[in-house]
Design a protein around this ligand. Structure first.
Ligand code: NAD
Ligand code: LMR
Length: 334
């Protein structure tokens, strides 16, 4: 039995994500929650002839039912960027949405894997973690900021840079740090399979910048109609599928933005990179417990080391902002 709940299921990401999840025959129940339009989405997806039972949950009164028994909760609820905005500009709306959804999840399904897509991921992931901590059910191995899209983009862009001689679906490279501009650090020194020819310094910088600001490319192209939805749906479905696969298989690896207490031994090894940051994206080995091991890259080039240092300064502020938001929410209730 695998129940997956999608919160924000009627949105630009939520709809194609729910569709892709319905194609996973291991999912037995797909629970779709939104504050608008979700009955239509569920009725439509429910006609697809795969095993998952699809249920629709509209509005806050049905949130508890949407979440009860869920093993995996994916959160793409909230507003997307328009041109000229940063992800952090979304904080004032999305922080409260994510906090309230996390609150409901901590009560209804405290052991679920929590996958946070809503931006700014660098802050919304700590928000979910702090809410779970307040409910006494924080497990750093089970709460993930979804950064899969950065790795998906890095694989596509590096393949393009080799004129397709590296196949986009076969290329893998770690993308570490966070999920926003300078906090996104692709490690092109560690591309697998190896690049046929070393990148020039100029090409490397251009490629790095393209991964860091890949989201802006889509926001600009959509001209005010939102940000990445379809590539994000694919990336999000890949992450959910990997979480499910890891419950029965060893060696499943996905990137994710996690609290570094998820693997204290690796955290100690990563200190030079992560410095004061308490959350960081790394490749993660997954198991039925969630994060089994944080994979700390062996050696970075001087350029990558510099990028990582730049990332930490912004990341620590974003993490603090999320943590303080939850604290202030509690205080305001006193
Ligand atoms: P969207 O506006 O198309 O959809 C958002 C959905 O959330 C809507 O259906 C809306 O009704 C719903 N929603 C709003 N408040 C809600 C609440 N309180 N409870 C439940 N549902 C609620 O937006 P989108 O394009 O799907 O993007 C969603 C979020 O994902 C944005 O914050 C965006 O920045 C983020 N995003 C993250 C990544 C990533 O890599 N992590 C990639 C792309 C987009
Ligand atoms: C992305 O990377 O595409 C998302 O974070 C959406 C955005 O705002 O760019």
């Amino acid at each position: 039995m695998v129940k997956v709940a999608v919160l924000g299921a009627a949105g630009g990401i939520g709809q194609p994500l729910s569709l892709l999840l319905k194609l996973n025959v291991q999912i037995t129940h797909l629970s779709l929650y939104d504050i608008v339009n979700v009955p239509g989405v569920a009725a439509d997806i429910g006609h697809i002839n795969t095993p998952a039972q699809v249920t629709a949950h509209l509005g806050p009164e049905s949130l508890n039912a949407a979440l009860t028994g869920a093993e995996v909760v994916v959160i793409p609820a909230g507003v997307p960027r328009k041109p000229g905005m940063t992800r952090d500009d979304l904080f004032k709306i999305n922080a409260g949405i994510v906090r309230d959804l996390a609150n409901a999840a901590a009560k209804a399904c405290p052991k679920a894997f929590m996958l946070i897509i809503s931006n700014p991921v660098n802050s919304t992931t700590p928000i979910v973690a702090e809410v779970f901590r307040n409910h006494g059910c924080f497990d750093p191995r089970r709460i993930f900021g979804v950064t899969t899209l950065d790795s998906v983009r890095a694989s596509s862009f590096v393949s393009e840079a080799t004129d397709g001689s590296l196949k986009p679906h076969e290329v893998r490279l770690p993308v570490i740090g966070g999920h926003s501009g300078a906090t996104i650090v692709p490690l092109f020194s560690q591309v697998k399979p190896a690049l046929p020819k070393a990148l020039s310094e100029e090409a490397l910088k251009a490629l790095t910048n393209r991964v860091q600001y890949g989201g802006d490319e889509v926001v600009k192209a959509k001209g005010g109609a939102g940000s990445a939805t379809l590539s994000m749906a694919q990336a999000g479905a890949r992450f959910v599928n990997s979480i499910i696969e890891a419950s029965t298989m060893k060696g499943v690896i996905e990137p994710g933005y996690v609290h570094l207490d998820a693997d204290p031994e690796s955290h100690a090894k990563a200190k030079k990179l992560t410095q004061d940051a308490t959350y960081f994206a790394f490749d993660l080995e997954l198991s039925s417990r969630g994060v089994e091991r944080i994979i700390v890259p062996e050696s970075l080039s001087p350029y990558e080391t510099q990028l990582t240092q730049d990332a930490v300064a912004e990341l620590t502020k974003s993490i603090q902002k999320g943590v303080e938001f939850v604290k202030a929410s509690e205080d305001s209730k006193l």
